[in-house]
Structure formats: C-alpha cells, structure tokens
Design a protein around this ligand. Structure first.
Ligand code: HEC
Ligand code: HEC
Length: 297
C-alpha cells in the first residue's frame, strides 16, 4: 500500500501523461485541417526552393494512437495501476500465483494422494505408479544407471539383485534419498608392489578366476589383515559400508587383474548423489518401488 502522497503522485503522473498525449494528438490533428491552398510549408525556405513542410500524420496512424489511449484508460479501470486503486476486476499478481499453485497442488494430489496410502508391494503392482516411476527414472537416474538400469563401469547395475548397500525397500529408498559414498582407500603404498600382486591373485581366486595358488595364499594372509575390516573375513563384503562382495564375480570397477590392481592402488569413491532436495518424498517412494521392480523382474 502506498501512502497518500505516493498514491496521488502515481495517479496524477499517470493520468496527466495520458491527457498530455491526448492533447498532443488533438493539437497535431488540427494541422491536417488546413485549407487546400495552404502549401503546408512552415515558411522556412533554404537555397531558394528547399521548403520545410509541416505535414500531419496520416489519419489511420493518428487513430492507432487514439486506440492506445482508450486502451490505457480501460486497462487502468480494470486492473491495478492507479496508486492504491485495485481495479474493478480485483486481479493481483499474488492472487494469480496462489491460484496457479493451488491448481498444481490439486493436480499433484489427485495423482500422488492415492500412492501415499499404498505399501511398497502395492506400489510395485500398480501399473500407473510404475509408469510414473519409470519416467522419473528416465529423467533423473538413467544418465548414470542407464535407461534400463543396467548401469556401466562404476555405476552399479540395479537389475541384478546384487546390492552394495542393501536391497530391501527401505535400504533402496535410503540410497536414493540420502545418497551413498563408497570409500575404498588406496592400499597400494601399504601393500607394496609384491603385496599388491598377491592380493590381486587372492581376489581373483575369491571370485572364481584362475590364479597362482601360492600367490593367492600369500594374498589371503594380507587380505585378512588389511581388507577384512571392510570386505569381511571371507570377502563377502559389508552392506553397511557399501563394501562389495568380492566372491560373486560381479564387478563395479571391472574384474580383470589390471582393474583389481587399479582399485587397490588408487582406491575408489563411487558417489550416488542424494535426491532428498531434488525430488519430493512422493516421487522418491515411487522411484524406490520402481528400482525394486527392476531387480525382481
Ligand atoms: C575402509 C574400507 C575398505 C577397505 C579397508 C578395503 N576396501 Fe575395498 N572397497 C571398499 C568399498 C566401500 C568399495 C566400493 C567402492 C565404491 O563403491 O566406489 C570397495 C571396492 C573394492 C573393489 C572393487 C569391487 C568391484 O566390484 O569392482 C575391490 C576389488 C576391493 N575393494 C578390494 C579390496 C582389497 C583387496 C582390499 C585390501 C587390500 C580392500 N578392498 C580394502 C571398502 C574397503
Ligand atoms: C551422478 C550419477 C548418479 C545418478 C544421477 C544416480 N545415481 Fe544411483 N548410484 C550412482 C553410483 C556411482 C552409485 C554407487 C555408489 C557406490 O559406489 O557405492 C549409485 C548407487 C545407487 C543405488 C545403490 C545400489 C546398490 O547396489 O546398493 C541405488 C538404489 C541407486 N543408485 C538408485 C538411483 C536412483 C533411483 C537414481 C535416480 C533418482 C539414481 N540412483 C541416480 C550414481 C548415480
């Protein structure tokens, strides 16, 4: 709300400018009403025959200006514009914004309200929920996990039923909501070159690949001192830490001796971004159910 000085300041300047335009138009129109024998010159003549003419605007052009004046007046009656006068339509920016938000919320409610009552199994069985989940996956997850969820090197496959961080609905929802950061420290310096090769042989053997038995045996001893804390005594991993099972021949970073050696030497830090600030809880639930569905099909 403007105080009464600014209120009148705005009204007087706005209406005054419109009246001034109207007066200007009216005054210039008079020029076109001159008599036929008037040659229209202002009386200024240069170089004997160069005359300055005072030619009026064509009528149609003049009327365009008249229309803008009428438009301005009608507008100022209907919409806010004159100081504190709200206009007879009662329109306001905030009112329009509120109406649009209310419409969007209602549309959301009609879609997601139903899903809120459903448990994960019911969501997975609901074709509309899975369709929306699939679209959300395509827009938010496919760039890393692939449009079919099968992942790629360093991005886990979500369809294989093999989980770094756990495959219950709640664990999957937590992975999506809070994000996950894998922390495999670089161990090459601690193991030394020979030690690293031995551990690589043991990891190969763990996953069922052929490896030199003596090297693997030496590697096992090292593994059980430096790797066990995270990957477990038998190498089956630890979902609380996101430490992968090394016995299943499923690889996030590749299972060739060179890949395993690179993992041990340089460490790995897979980063699943948190989505809690990007997507509403309603959508996160549908995504978790969709991912569960991917791994079960
Ligand atoms: C501090 C815990 C920790 C220790 C200690 C640790 N790791 Fe890891 N390791 C992880 C985590 C977590 C990952 C997954 C990293 C990721 O997701 O980016 C991982 C990943 C790996 C991978 C990659 C698996 C794949 O699927 O590609 C291999 C191989 C591996 N570790 C071997 C070892 C070996 C061998 C040792 C001992 C020399 C070791 N790790 C010590 C936590 C650990
Ligand atoms: C920027 C790339 C990226 C995006 C985007 C992304 N993820 Fe991930 N996601 C990862 C990585 C990398 C990991 C593995 C983290 C690790 O190394 O432990 C992961 C892990 C996961 C896991 C845990 C898998 C397991 O085996 O426990 C789930 C579930 C998951 N993502 C689902 C999703 C969903 C659903 C979306 C979309 C909302 C999504 N991700 C978006 C990169 C991404």
């Amino acid at each position: 709300m403007l105080n009464s000085f600014w209120n009148w300041f705005v009204i007087i300047i706005t209406v005054g400018s419109i009246l001034a335009c109207w007066w200007l138009l009216h005054w210039t129109k008079g020029v076109s009403d001159r008599s036929p024998d008037d040659d229209g010159s202002t009386g200024h003549i240069w170089d004997e025959d160069i005359r300055e003419l005072n030619t009026p605007l064509p009528r149609w052009w003049l009327h365009l200006f008249n229309i803008t004046i009428v438009f301005a007046l009608v507008y100022l009656v209907i919409f806010p514009g004159l100081g504190n006068f709200a206009g007879i339509s009662g329109w306001s920016q905030i009112g329009q914004y509120d109406a649009e938000v209310a419409r969007a919320t209602e549309a959301q409610e009609s879609v997601f309200g139903r899903f809120r009552e459903m448990d994960p199994d019911a969501l997975m069985a609901d074709s509309e929920a899975m369709e929306i989940g699939g679209r959300l996956f395509g827009n938010n997850c496919a760039m890393c996990h692939g449009s079919d969820g099968r992942g790629a090197k360093s991005f886990p496959n979500l369809t294989d039923g093999n989980w770094l961080w756990g495959g219950s609905y709640d664990q999957v929802l937590t992975s999506i909501t809070k994000g996950r950061i894998g922390a495999m420290p670089p161990m090459g310096a601690a193991l030394g070159e020979d030690g690293t090769r031995e551990v690589v042989a043991y990891v190969q053997q763990l996953s069922g690949q052929k490896a030199d038995p003596d090297m693997a045996a030496a590697g096992q001893a090292r593994f059980q001192t430096v790797c066990m804390a995270c990957h477990g005594m038998d190498g089956t991993g630890n979902q609380a830490l996101g430490a992968p099972n090394l016995t299943d021949d499923i690889w996030l970073y590749g299972g060739s001796p060179a890949d395993i050696e690179a993992t041990i030497n340089n460490g790995r830090n897979g980063n699943m971004p948190a989505h809690e600030n990007l997507l509403h809880e309603d959508r996160l639930r549908l995504l978790a159910a969709y991912v569960m569905g991917l791994s079960e099909s």
